[in-house]
Design a protein around this ligand. Structure first.
Ligand code: DX5
Ligand code: ZN
Length: 218
């Protein structure tokens, strides 16, 4: 278990984005998580490629990009050009998932497959050996500030079993509704990476929250 923290910029104060980027650079956060939405796969619009490009200019940590868009294969080359280090594509949004995974790898990026709360992890059995991350959505994607779905604990178990069975080295990332209480439990249960937005950015001392989250200290 790695205990990686990836704060989601969806909850940052965009009027003071540079300040929040600097805060994350100075903090114990490991990655910058950036949520890209297209208003089709999810009913929200967030950031585009230009946003990634500008964050990359000042961020000193890997850019973990979560694509909540249909047919993400259309943007792989462009996202690489903007500085994405990891691309997460949704199982539900890809017709040719295997092809898209290998295309992302060809561009030198790490690849994760995200699954919605209703999607069983067993559906990843034929690609689990080819990916770097499984991104378990612990809320329905599209918005920050939602309630954590506790069935996610079972999905972590299912993912660990699948990883073992298939001799995969994929890491388990969990995204949505994460707070200090469930963060320590999620790490104990086998999550490697936690994405958190509201809990980090709504606090007056975000660096302390990141520190405590990493320690598994609630
Ligand atoms: C939701 C996004 C998350 C979101 C998490 O669709 O994928 O990354 O920013 O926000 P919180 O931590 O507030 O649930
Ligand atoms: Zn996300």
């Amino acid at each position: 278990m790695k205990k990686i923290i990836a704060p989601s910029l969806l909850s940052a104060n965009l009027a003071f984005l540079y300040r929040d980027i600097e805060m994350l650079n100075e903090s114990e956060a490991d990655w910058f998580h950036i949520d890209i939405m297209d208003s089709s796969f999810v009913s929200n619009i967030s950031f585009g490629t230009l946003f990634i490009k500008y964050v990359k200019k000042y961020a000193h940590k890997p850019m973990d990009v979560h694509l909540m868009i249909l047919q993400p294969e259309r943007y792989i080359e462009q996202l690489k050009g903007c500085g994405a280090d990891h691309l997460h594509i949704h199982y539900e949004a890809c017709i040719h998932l295997n092809k898209t995974i290998f295309s992302i790898k060809k561009y030198g990026m790490k690849v994760g497959v995200a699954v919605n709360p209703h999607t069983p992890v067993c559906l990843l059995q034929d690609i689990i050996q080819d990916i770097d991350f499984v991104l378990l959505m612990s809320v329905n994607p599209g918005f920050s500030g939602q309630k954590f779905i506790s069935r996610t604990y079972q999905k972590i178990e299912d993912t660990k079993d699948l990883i073992l069975k298939k001799h995969s080295s994929a890491l388990i990332e969990v995204d949505g509704g994460i707070n200090l209480e469930n963060a320590s439990l999620l790490f104990k249960n086998g999550a490697d990476i936690l994405v958190a937005g509201t809990t980090i950015f709504s606090n007056k001392n975000p660096k302390t929250i990141i520190h405590r989250m990493k320690l598994g200290n609630n």
